[in-house]
Every structure is written in C-alpha cells, then in structure tokens.
Design a protein around this ligand. Structure first.
Ligand code: NAD
Length: 510
C-alpha cells in the first residue's frame, strides 16, 4: 500500500492533510507560502491544504524532467513496454484507492469514480502497445541504392494542465501517451482535487519509472503561467473551460509551443418523434445528472422534435424522484454533491435565472437537495428553454437539464450547428437514414447515435470542434501519439564505394 493510498483508506475527519508537489521522484513541500483549501464536498469540511507552486518550483520540476529525458528516451521500447504493463497492473490493483480519493475530493459517487479510473486505464492499456504505435514507414529502393524511412521521436519535456471534473482520467489521457512516447512530463492538476495525481506519482515510482520522468506541481494561474512561459517545455496539453483553453492556446503557441487545449461544452441530445422514448428518457437522466452534470460530455440540452417533447418530459418526470442524491461513499447514492460551495451556488442560480428568462421549472433541485453542510443540489429540469436564454447559452456544468422544443429535424440540426461549442452531440431515433444524415452534417467532434455520452474508446481520439478545442490534434489514441512526437524522415544510401563520384546536380530519384 502506498503512503497516499494509506492516508485515504480511513475516513479523515477534522484533519487537514498537506498536499505537496512531486518532483524528481519524491514529495517536495512547497516554499512559495501560497496554498489553497481542498474540501470533502459531501460534508463541506476542509480535508486538505494544497501547496501552490511558484515559477521557481515549476522550474525545479522542469529541470528534473530535463535531466531524466536522455535516459528515458533511450530506454528500449521493449523495456518501456514492460514498464507500462507494470503501471497498468498497479493502477488496476489500486483502482479502488484512486476512486476513493476522487469521491472524497471531487464528490462523485464511488461507482462513477471507479468508472473514471477504468476509462483512464484503457488509455494506459493502449500505451502498452507503444512499439506498434511508434512504427514508421520504410520505402526500400526509393532511388537506386537509396532507402527512405520515417521515425517518430519524443518532444522532450511536456506539460499537462487538467480540470477538476476528472482528476485521474484526464491526467491519464496526457501522461500515459506522453511518457510512452519517450517524453518527460510535468502535470499541473486541478487545485480542487489534487490528491489522485500524488497517488498516481507514487504508483509510477513503484512500477519503476525513473525519477524525474513524471512530476506534479500544484497551483493556480501562477503555476499555469510558469508552465506556459517555460522555455524548456516543448508542448502543453490542456483540458478545462473555454476561456482558459483559449488563453492557454494563445499564450503557449506565442511561446513557440505545440498546444492542444480542450475547452467547455454545451452538449445537445436530439430526440426525434420516432425514438424509443423510454430509452431516450433513461439516457437523458443518466447523461444529464451523472456526476452531478460535471462532465464535459454531459447532456445539458434536450432538443425535442415535434411530439417527442411531451412524451419525453413525462418519462423524465417519472424518473427524477427516484434519483438518489447523497454522499458518494454511500453505495445507495447515484448522484453526489458539486465540487465546491461556490460552484453549487452558481449552478443553483441558473434555476432562478431560467425562470426569470421564461423557462418552465419542472423540477427545482434546491428543494430536493439533502440537508447538511455538503455542496448538494438536487436534479433540476427546465422546459421551454429558448436559444436567447443564458440557461441555453452558458455551460452550467451542474445537474440542470434544459429542454428546447422544435418542429423539425432541420431546426434541431441548425441549433446544434449554430452553437459555439462542438464537443459531443447525440441523436435518438429508430431511423438509420436520418441518423446517418445527422452524423454527416452535424458540427461536433463526437457523435452518439442512441448513445448519449459518446466518449471515444482509447484507440480513437477524443476532441471537440469550434470553441471546444483549440489546436489541431485531439487527445489520446492515434492523435495523442502524433501530438507527443515529431516526425523525422531519413534518406539513406550505403553505396558501393566503387560507384561514388562527384555530382553537383540536384538529387534525382529516377
Ligand atoms: P478551469 O478552466 O477553471 O480549470 C482548468 C485548469 O486551468 C485547472 O488546472 C486550473 O487550475 C487552471 N486555471 C483556472 N483558472 C486559470 C487562469 N485564470 N489562468 C490559468 N490557469 C487557470 O476548468 P475546471 O472548472 O477545472 O473544469 C471544468 C471545465 O473543464 C468545464 O468547462 C468542462 O467542460 C471542461 N472540460 C472539458 C473537457 C474536454 O475534454 N473538452 C474535459 C473535462 C472538462
């Protein structure tokens, strides 16, 4: 059992744990004098105090990564693969410990937290095939006696900046392919739920990863800016809200870095009149309220075409009283609290705002939130939402589901395509032809056909369009490998010295 996992096997009550950085294979306490509170959202109590890194502390992590790089990139692919199998084994063995940390700091229910770890683990498993993924091409006899081949090489030191809502999985989307490709990694996780990254660091060390290959620096804008400004960081992956994603992309690219910055979302689920309404209602409730709506792939707007609306509203209404809201550690809970008190209050304010804007409040989560100091909010449903309303335009990122009614399929597609975000989208229908047309013409990066949360499996890549992604490459999968490597093409000749002669002409292939 690792130190961090140990610490969390028992319920912490009243005790505030100091959460330090991880640099060069060890826990390093911060010296900046700045730190931030970490809460247990189910009780409202402060459970941790996380050190915030200064630019100098970020530099110490980058220096450790730089020192480790030569050794790491030269480790053979077979040894790297062996190591990744050990990492896979340890993460799998500690999946429950990681999940428990997620529940204690993020609030999501334990079953959902385990699901998060399982999806992250799939990315690690994909990376166990790194020799195959790094294979280049080879053209023999491209010209007489000349062969040409392509190889992919690591970038060096790369950084990752991650959001609060998937404190284990989103970092795995980044560090696993980055390290597998031969890079060294500096992670700046969310300051709201930083402990999963520390447990990850311990597991990587236990697996045998050389010191300095994986580092964690905690903090806020100061640490993020230090990552973006650091001359020795070659590339940055970011996942978070759209305004910060845009900032990270613009700042990082100005500094000459390769950047992929995934932003926020407003995911629509289109329900056609021929859809299986019970299936659509189950999907809407699961995808709208799962993880308290704090998923970038959560369904936040239902777009109901024609008579689908009345049927669907009735079917959802039937299901809402049965959603069990409570502490994530209670096995009966289906939905936990929100991450912080401020976020809960902000989300709750949209219920009133929706009413003021003319939406019909069918379920008000303020009335059904469990008592106590936890950051709870019950499930909310707003009908008759229109595109001019803030509840339609803003990413609420909480358990507030909106319904927009339209007359035709074309109107539904127009709404989706006019939305500034383009992360996930789903259509519910029994008509294969319409589903195919939808997939063809909809402007979003990930499309579900009768699937409400179409997060791609690990061997495809994840990413949205429009304001949901800044940069060219999606994250993990084949595009992740491309992002964390640079291509090199070698043109090679091993001539018979007897045929060598001076020729000042431009090299010819024929
Ligand atoms: P956030 O943008 O507030 O924070 C993300 C990261 O940026 C954190 O590490 C944070 O410390 C840092 N940060 C915050 N403010 C900053 C600033 N002013 N300057 C520099 N860095 C700053 O996002 P969040 O609230 O942690 O996460 C929720 C958001 O993430 C939602 O918008 C959600 O849609 C999005 N998200 C997107 C995806 C995706 O794949 N597209 C996945 C998960 C979450």
């Amino acid at each position: 059992m690792t130190e961090v996992a140990d610490q969390f096997t028992e319920e912490r009550s009243g005790e505030v744990t100091r959460i330090a950085h991880w640099i060069d294979g060890q826990r390093v306490e911060g010296t900046s004098g700045r730190s931030g509170p970490v809460y247990n959202p189910a009780t409202g109590e402060q459970s941790g105090e996380v050190d915030f890194a200064s630019a100098e502390e970020v530099d110490a992590a980058v220096q450790a990564a730089t020192r480790a790089f030569q050794g790491w990139r030269t480790m053979s692919l077979s040894r790297r693969t062996e190591l990744f199998f050990r990492i896979r084994h340890l993460v799998h063995e500690h999946a429950e410990d990681i999940a428990r940390l997620l529940t204690l700091e993020h609030g999501k229910v334990l079953s959902d937290a385990k699901g998060e770890v399982a999806r992250g683990l799939e990315v690690i498993e994909f990376c166990c095939g790194i020799p195959e993924l790094l294979k280049g091409g080879y053209s023999e006899q491209a010209s007489t006696g000349i062969d040409v081949y392509s190889i992919r090489q690591p970038l060096g030191v790369v950084g990752g900046i991650t959001p609060f809502n998937f404190p284990a999985m989103v970092p795995m989307w980044m560090w696993a392919p980055a390290i597998a490709c031969g890079n060294c990694f500096v992670l700046k996780p969310s300051e709201k739920d930083p402990s999963a990254s520390m447990l990850t660091a311990e597991l990587l060390k236990e697996a045998g990863l050389p010191d300095g290959v994986f580092n964690v620096v905690h903090g806020d804008k100061v640490a993020v800016d230090a990552v973006l400004e650091h001359p020795e960081i070659a590339a940055v992956s970011f996942v978070g809200s759209t305004p910060i994603a845009r900032y990270v992309y613009e700042t990082g690219t100005k500094k000459g870095k390769r950047v992929q910055a995934l932003g926020g979302a407003k995911n629509h689920m289109v329900v056609l009149p021929d859809a299986d309404i019970d299936m659509a209602a189950d999907a809407a409730v699961s995808a709208g309220y799962g993880s308290a709506g704090e998923r970038c792939m959560a369904v936040s707007m239902l777009v109901c075409v024609g008579h689908a609306a009345d049927d669907l509203v009735a079917a959802i209404q039937e299901r809402l009283p049965k959603v069990k809201v409570g502490s994530g550690l209670d096995p009966d809970s289906e939905m936990g609290p929100l991450v912080t008190r401020e976020h809960r209050d902000k989300v709750a304010s949209y219920i009133e705002k929706g009413r003021d804007e003319g939406a019909k409040v069918i379920a008000d989560g303020r009335e059904t939130a469990p008592d106590g100091q936890g950051f709870f909010l019950g499930v909310s449903l707003l009908d008759e939402v229109t595109p001019e309303m803030d509840v339609y335009k803003d990413e609420i990122f909480g358990p507030v589901l909106g319904i927009t009614r339209v007359d035709t399929y074309e109107e539904a597609v127009r709404l989706v395509n006019e939305n500034p975000y383009g992360n996930g989208v789903a259509i519910f229908t029994r008509d294969g032809g319409v589903a195919r047309q939808f997939q063809f013409e909809v402007n979003a990066g990930m499309v579900g056909v009768n699937v409400p949360i179409p997060v791609p499996v690990a061997y495809y890549s994840f990413g949205g369009w429009k304001s949901s992604l800044f940069g060219d490459l999606h994250i993990y999968g084949p595009e992740g490998i491309q992002f964390y490597t640079q291509g090199k093409v070698v043109t090679s000749r091993w001539p018979d010295p007897a045929t060598s002669k001076v020729d000042l002409g431009f090299p010819q292939t024929r």
